[in-house]
Design a protein around this ligand. Sequence first.
Ligand SMILES: Nc1ncnc2c1ncn2[C@@H]1O[C@H](COP(=O)(O)OP(=O)(O)OP(=O)(O)O)[C@@H](O)[C@H]1O
Length: 251
Amino acid sequence: MNSSAPVFELKHVSKQFGRFESLAEINLQIRAGDRVALVGSSGAGKSTLISLLNGTQLPTQGEVWVLGRNVAHLRPKLLRQVQRQIGTIYQQFHLVDNLRVIHNVNAGHLGRWSFIKAAASLIYPMEVETAVKALAQVGIPEKLYERTDKLSGGQQQRVAIARVLVQNPTAILADEPISSLDPERSREIMDLLRQLSVETGKTLVTSVHAIEFARSHYQRIIGLRQGRILFDTEAAALCDAMIEELYKTNN
Ligand SMILES: Nc1ncnc2c1ncn2[C@@H]1O[C@H](COP(=O)(O)OP(=O)(O)OP(=O)(O)O)[C@@H](O)[C@H]1O
């Protein structure tokens, strides 16, 4: 994959669901190491944009390039290779509740492990040291053998982040990672994502409702309104008038 290409590039992208246009005429580039927040009202298109960046959806029009590849033109094997370089964290964690933490963290290996190895690891966990290291990075190494559904929401989100660390992607996408957490846990998770991105140099794209976190934790903020980019700005240049325009209710 072309290492000098932007990690993500969208050219004249639209996404329709039936006749409804969720995104329209999106043009943007995100480069290695960028830390970008996506903001906008409910339904503005943030999650749709994230699903285009990780290749789980294809655009209706335009081109989505990930790591120098046009996603729509990739054969399944190459698409999986590209997708392995993109780790995604979701609001609802997407963990298997009744498994121990180690198995959820080891799911980060799934793109690389054979089916046999993955199945065997459910009985005799493999690469335990890697899992412990990832859990230590997210601050809960002692939870390795705990059942996942016994953890708090904040701890479960840490497990989801540890799984992405084991996957070791080039870029991390976080789709409203704090929406189901209380304010204190939200701050901890936002701090953790920023710290991991700064320490590892990984690109980080996060959709977030709380504009104050976008400002304090990200270098660049993209405002989506009714499926279009209203602004794409350095965080320091975001002013109250832009925020007002972003959230105003009339058309
Ligand atoms: N799979 C789908 N089928 C039909 N419509 C969809 C689908 N996914 C998204 N949409 C529509 O596209 C629009 C944008 O949705 P999206 O989830 O991207 O917004 P969002 O900014 O992430 O909102 P929220 O902050 O509430 O999560 C919404 O009107 C939504 O109903």
